[in-house]
Design a binder for this molecule. Structure first.
Ligand code: PLP
Length: 658
């Protein structure tokens, strides 16, 4: 029998590459996963090869993520597990405010910066409260875009002059509640998204007897690039066109309410990758501010919206998953653009508000998932051997395999592909045996693997061969749902950094793609961050077992704190993940403690959300068990056990438990 051919994806290649683990260093691991690039100082690998979080960067303790997973397990919380580092939230608030303060001071800007957090980016009360507490000394405010958000924020913003910015489409009840906020002494600014809203605001404010504080969202010509570019430009969903803007100013003048127009707002989209787009938009928006100010309106604030991006892939480029600027550069450019326009137009420098969401919260949470199995294209089957009765396709493919070194790689692959397709047709028509088809399939993967091995790290790889590399990767089966925990990856192709939590002293031997546990072929990940490009596979370690028991192998998805929490859906009824919140505390032996545990959804909770009442389900099961006992299909004791298992099962986690 032939020995298996060692290829990058075969068992033998794996053990061969193990030997080169000797020359593997922690810096190789850091570079492979780019942790120093996207981690921004919040994440690193320690000397034992474990990933650690440093929520206050060099100032505070480092938290070994593996230890948090173990502690969560000891409290009954298994992965998928979301770990929130509350101190990162505080650090982000301080960083953003610090950057704007520095820019204002250095450039001699004659007004202040006040940030607001758009709560839609992460609604969790503990997150919003943490940001609010950290932002108190910076007069930090909150932004809402719906009635539920307004109701929550009205209660949370409980001090005089607390800033609330109301964006999004509004009805009379929304406007009424916002005006009640003004009556309570908060600084509530109602940003008008369409002209009819303005008429409503004025009418309702007269009914309740309060002067409204009004903002206008202008539709800029300037646009961003990337996944969220459609929020800007003339076809944007929100904001007033030029004609509507003039109609709005005329209307306010006629109504004697020029003093109520306090803010000009614009937003060109989330995750703006290119600083030039930021500069263009702020310049254009500031010009609106200056021109309208000169018309005698009571403008005080320029609100530059969100969009401050995150370098998810660490490349520091203007590609979708990155940004070609730093936080400080962003703050410098926003301040400079507003100041230069206002100086030129000779109007007072306004208060600068930004609505950065992603940049505040993305870093604070890490999703931990457990790998529970693998599937491999080549498996561990021995290489195909020639046989005298072989079908001619098999003989041809064996010839390709044996002569790979001399052949043109594309041609070899395309020929193998053709034989495989033709073999499928012959098999369907009944002209090829199952055994021959299996041999042809195996040969196809052997040839493909050889092609990929010979391609190595060549600069230019034809598209179909590059795709082949991804197709050859082993599938790592992961206990989570892409649709619940990584919705932006599924819907928009957004990339998040992902890496193993442990074992970085060992070289990862396998090229993998990740699949989730939903019954949906879209529930997989085969695009990964890379400094130069997007990778089709993720290098991971072999799963190990000790004394017949599999070692746990955890992956972390990083920078998960923005948008993913709330957008996840219940596909296959996989619910919310378990959650722990970490606080640093120098008095604790480990330097931190788990401050809060939020248990993920139970089976009965997700069933309830689709109208299955827990009591009804129990009653229906009981009826069936009683009948089965009467008809002698179950013993009474078996029936009682079954009911008990059903009952306890309803209270359990929706994900797999191992
Ligand atoms: N403000 C508005 C009006 C938005 O629509 C958004 C999100 O798209 C944001 C702020 C937050 O944007 P980011 O999270 O990119 O800072």
């Amino acid at each position: 029998m032939n020995p298996p051919i060692p290829t990058p994806y075969s068992a033998d290649f794996r053990s061969m590459s193990n030997t080169s683990s000797d020359s593997w260093s922690l810096d190789d691991a850091r570079e492979l996963y780019g942790i120093h690039q996207w981690g921004l100082g919040y994440f690193d690998i320690d000397d034992n090869g474990n990933v650690v979080a440093s929520p206050q960067m060099a100032e505070g303790a480092s938290v070994e993520i593996r230890a948090v997973i173990e502690e969560a397990r000891s409290r009954g919380l298994t992965p998928p597990l979301l770990i929130r580092f509350q101190d990162i939230l505080r650090h982000r608030v301080e960083s953003i405010n610090g950057a704007f303060r520095k820019a204002i001071e250095e450039q001699g800007y004659r007004n202040t910066y006040r940030g607001v957090f758009p709560v839609k980016v992460n609604h969790l009360r503990e997150v919003v409260e943490e940001l609010k507490a950290a932002g108190q000394r910076f007069d930090f405010g909150l932004e809402v875009g719906s009635k539920p958000e307004l109701f929550a924020v009205m209660a949370l913003q409980d001090e005089l002059n607390d800033l609330i910015i109301c964006n999004g489409y509004k009805d009379s009840k929304f406007i009424h509640m916002a005006l009640m906020g003004t009556k309570l002494g908060k600084k509530v600014i109602i940003v008008v998204e369409k002209i009819e809203e303005l008429h409503q605001v004025v009418a309702i404010s007269r009914q309740v007897g309060v002067d409204p504080s009004i903002g206008i969202r202008v539709r800029l010509q300037s646009k961003s690039q990337g996944i969220w570019a459609e929020s800007g430009g003339e076809h944007a969903k929100f904001g007033l066109s030029l004609n509507d803007l003039l109609a709005a100013t005329d209307y306010l003048e006629k109504e004697g309410l020029k003093h109520c127009l306090n803010l000009i707002h614009f937003h060109i989209g989330s995750q703006v990758p290119d600083i030039q787009a930021v500069k263009r938009a702020v310049q254009e928006g500031a010009r609106f501010f200056a021109k309208i100010s000169k018309m005698g309106f009571g403008l005080e604030i320029v609100d530059v919206g969100g969009g401050l991006g995150i370098d998810y892939d660490g490349s520091q480029t203007a590609c979708e998953s990155s940004t070609n600027y730093t936080l400080q550069e962003y703050a410098n450019d926003v301040v400079y653009a507003i100041m230069s326009v206002c100086d030129q137009e000779e109007v007072k420098h306004p208060v600068i508000v930004s609505e950065s969401g992603r940049a505040l919260v993305a870093h604070h949470s890490v999703l931990i998932i457990e790998v529970f199995g693998t599937t491999s294209k080549l498996g561990y089957h021995p290489a195909v051997e020639a046989d005298k009765d072989d079908h001619e396709f098999i003989r041809e493919m064996l010839h390709i395999r044996e002569n790979m070194a001399r052949l043109n790689l594309s041609e070899a692959y395309h020929d193998a592909e053709k034989f495989r397709v033709d073999a499928q047709t012959l098999f369907t028509l009944g002209h090829l045996s199952l055994k021959d088809r299996a041999k042809i399939d195996q040969l196809y993967w052997e040839i493909s693997s050889g092609v990929v091995e010979r391609l190595g790290d060549e600069e230019f790889i034809p598209e179909d061969l590059a795709e082949l590399k991804g197709n050859l990767g082993d599938q790592y089966l992961c206990n989570f749902s892409v649709f619940q925990s990584l919705l932006d990856h599924w819907a928009l192709g957004q990339l998040f950094p992902v890496m193993p939590i442990t074992r970085h002293l060992e070289k990862p031997e396998r090229e993998t793609t990740l699949v989730d546990i939903t019954c949906d072929s879209d529930g997989h990940i085969d695009k990964f961050i890379d400094i130069r490009d997007v990778k089709n596979t993720l290098p991971l370690h072999n799963l190990r077992s000790k004394e017949g028991k599999k070692d746990r192998y955890h992956l972390g998805f990083f920078l998960m704190g923005a948008y993913q929490d709330i957008m996840g859906d219940l596909h296959n009824l996989f619910g919310k993940a378990n959650e722990v919140h970490i606080f640093l505390d120098p008095d604790e032996p480990a330097g931190y403690y788990i401050e809060e545990i939020i248990e993920g959804s139970t089976i009965s909770a997700v069933l309830d959300s689709v109208q299955y009442d827990e009591k009804d389900l129990r009653r229906q099961m009981k009826k069936q068990v009683e009948r089965a006992i009467r008809e002698d299909r179950l013993k009474p004791s078996e029936g009682m056990r079954l009911l008990q298992t059903f009952d306890t099962g309803l209270k359990e986690y929706t994900y797999l438990t191992f």
